[in-house]
Design a protein around this ligand. Structure first.
Ligand code: CA
Length: 241
């Protein structure tokens, strides 16, 4: 019996032993306008990308948001670790220093922007995302979707993705790009010129895979009103000071 056949049979046998809830769909289906990064096409786009400086450092720090409201916190933690900002000790790893979605709030400056409890309840606005980032030694530029043209949106983000040691977080309305449901925050890791698509490393890893989304669709999704701030969503450019 060939090795592959044996493995296939073992896997099939294994299925019978797994509780049914573990066989549930691991992520939601993608609408046709989005390209799954975990596909042949998705992989080709990354290989062809001329703006992917941020892909490796971000993927090495890829976080899954700790709860349904922590997309912004998980995204910030990825950037802090990718930029090697001096981190506090992580309780769970005793003497090792690293930002986590828990110790991120140990910085007293974050409390002046928004409390951990409030973020846990309602997430954060674009402005609060910028403010929380500024609690650390970072240079932060906040852009609202309603204040930039598609050309400026694309150019500013592509410029960043072509440079090392700076990063982009995007705040967008999921339903605007065909996903469920409300406002969301995640890092952008690459741009593919020919298809005019950005790669979002979605921190809701239990819900969606990373996707390639059309620049215009993502721009439209940032040009939506956040009911908390009553301002449009947008994106943030971040570098260390
Ligand atoms: Ca960059």
């Amino acid at each position: 019996m060939k090795v592959k056949t044996i493995i296939a049979k073992v896997l099939l046998l294994g299925v019978g032993l797994v509780p049914s809830q573990l066989l549930a769909q691991t992520s939601l289906p993608l609408s046709e306008n989005l390209i799954n990064f975990n596909s042949s096409q998705g992989e080709i786009f990354l290989v062809e990308s001329q703006a992917r400086q941020d892909y490796i450092p971000l993927s090495l720090q890829f976080e899954t948001q700790d709860n349904l409201a922590f997309c912004g916190v998980a995204s910030i933690v990825m950037v802090l670790n990718a930029l090697s900002i001096p981190a506090p000790t992580a309780t769970e790893w005793v003497r090792y220093n690293r930002f986590t979605q828990d110790n991120f709030f140990d910085n007293p400056n974050t409390e002046n922007v928004i409390s951990k409890e409030t973020v846990s309840r309602q997430g954060m606005t674009l402005q609060e995302l910028g403010g929380l980032l500024e609690s650390y030694p970072l240079d932060v530029e906040v852009y609202h979707g309603g204040e930039v043209s598609l050309e400026e949106f694309r150019q500013r983000i592509v410029d960043n993705l072509q440079q090392e040691n700076n990063f982009v977080l995007v705040n967008y309305l999921r339903s605007s790009i065909g996903q469920q449901r409300g406002g969301h925050i995640s890092p952008i890791a690459a741009y593919h010129e020919e298809s005019d698509r950005f790669l979002i490393l979605d921190v809701s890893r239990y819900k969606y895979p990373p996707v390639w989304v059309k620049a215009e669709e993502l721009w439209n999704a940032t040009n939506t009103i956040d009911s908390t701030s009553e301002k449009t969503r947008g994106f943030v450019l971040i570098s260390s000071q």
